[in-house]
Design a protein. Structure first.
Length: 65
């Protein structure tokens, strides 16, 4: 059986935590920032975990991470 290929788009957007959760960056941070509060922008900087329903799909896209 040939080696599986990593989905390069997913590899740039997701990473695995030490506990095995799939982490993602938050959206809504590229433009129109003046209308968003300082507190909201600060929270959007932090990473979030992918929902458990989507984590299985992400692991298939990232076999060697």
């Amino acid at each position: 059986m040939p080696k599986m290929k990593t989905h390069r788009g997913a590899a740039k957007r997701f990473k695995l935590s030490k506990s095995g959760k799939v982490l993602r960056g938050k959206g809504f941070t590229s433009h129109l920032l003046s209308s968003k509060s300082r507190k909201r922008k600060r929270r959007l900087r932090q990473t979030g975990a992918v929902a458990s329903s989507d984590a299985k799909t992400m692991r298939r896209l990232l076999p060697y991470l």
